[in-house]
Design a protein. Sequence first.
Length: 132
Amino acid sequence: MDDLIRVGLRRYQDKFGKNQAAEGKPDYADAFTDSMIFRWDSQIGKGPESSYMQDVTGAKRKHLMVKKSDAETSFYYMGTCDIISAVGDKKMDNNGKMKDITKVTMKMHQPVREDLLKYLESNLLDEEGKAV
């Protein structure tokens, strides 16, 4: 069975150039560390034992799709990947309650194109919503 993993990168840069979570959004740690490794925090409430994460980790083939922000409507196909770790953790939801999540590290089967990585990391918004 194949599984599509869809991730929206929700972040902006503060005045010190540090990536931050977008206003009103939980602080997810979704990012490529290089062209082969992607780190992803599952949605809040999707711990390792959830049926969603069981489907993701149990899928024979995993396809990663990423969009730059919630403002974009299109996802970019990154390719197939393997999950090299999936660890349970907790994250605070918008109501201040700690909920289960899964911190996932994926390794791509092929390197992601450099121009696509640069695009996904470019034009982050500052705290006022202006491109940096």
